[in-house]
Design a binder for this molecule. Structure first.
Ligand code: URA
Length: 236
């Protein structure tokens, strides 16, 4: 295979970034500097970057699903409900995929699935404060004063939620559409934050996780992340 693809499969970044390693003169095959991007690597070749041997790791899968409501974010459900893994399994029958974080049964939208435990841990670890963007629909007109309470934090299970962003995007047909950006991932957090101000979320959809956006994926559709997106989630 081509040297840049080989390096990418060693986990050294996107193919573009790996090309830069080559053009920067940092890569050797069997001790000889690689000068051509078209250089090929065979099974027995020894490749070094800055003098350190690199090896391909198992190819990891990174998938973006537009989770529909009516399924759970677990690998198998003790109550026999449909899971997000049931949706992707026909295409990846042998992959050990699991969801990165959770959306509740009634919530739809962007859910990442992967085989890469380290990346999943980084995205979900509260310390890394990866922003998650939701669109919530609520009956009636939600006021700025109410949104300020959400922004400042409300107490859930005895612990205040972190400051967050909340913005009224539209008020139509007696319904408020609100964009909420939180950096935590507590159980049913958005719904429960609004419950604290006596408002019921009647529809909830996650539209972004960090820089990754749901874009044009239909409900129940999924796709593999591209190189740029993989590089992003591996480095959050
Ligand atoms: N907040 C919720 O209320 N539900 C989710 O699934 C995610 C965030």
């Amino acid at each position: 295979m081509r040297i840049n693809r080989f390096l990418a499969e060693c986990g050294l970044g996107s193919r573009r970034k790996c090309e830069e390693l080559v053009t920067g003169g940092r890569v050797r095959i069997n001790g000889r500097p690689v000068v051509k991007l078209a250089s090929e690597v065979g099974d027995k070749d020894i490749v070094t970057v800055d003098g350190k041997k690199v090896e391909r790791r198992e190819k990891q899968l990174y998938i973006m699903l537009n989770k529909p409501k009516g399924c759970v974010c677990t690998v198998s459900d003790e109550h026999g409900r449909k899971t997000v893994i049931d949706i992707v399994r026909p295409k990846y029958p042998d992959a050990r995929l699991f969801p990165i974080g959770r959306l509740d049964y009634d919530t739809e939208g962007l859910l990442l699935l992967t085989t890469d435990g380290a990346t999943a841990d980084r995205i979900t670890h509260p310390r890394n404060e990866v922003p998650k963007t939701y669109i919530a629909r609520i009956e009636g007109e939600v006021t700025e004063a109410e949104l300020n309470r959400i922004r400042g934090g409300v107490v859930l299970d005895g612990v205040k939620t972190k400051k967050c962003r909340a913005k009224l995007i539209a008020f139509e047909n007696n319904e408020s559409r609100i964009e909420v950006v939180i950096t935590e991932g507590r159980n049913r957090q958005v719904r429960r934050m609004f419950e604290q101000i006596n408002r019921e979320v009647v529809f909830l959809k996650r539209v972004a996780v960090g820089d990754l956006r749901l874009g044009g994926l239909y409900r129940g559709e999924f796709r593999e992340l591209n190189d740029r997106e993989i590089e992003y989630i591996r480095n959050v």
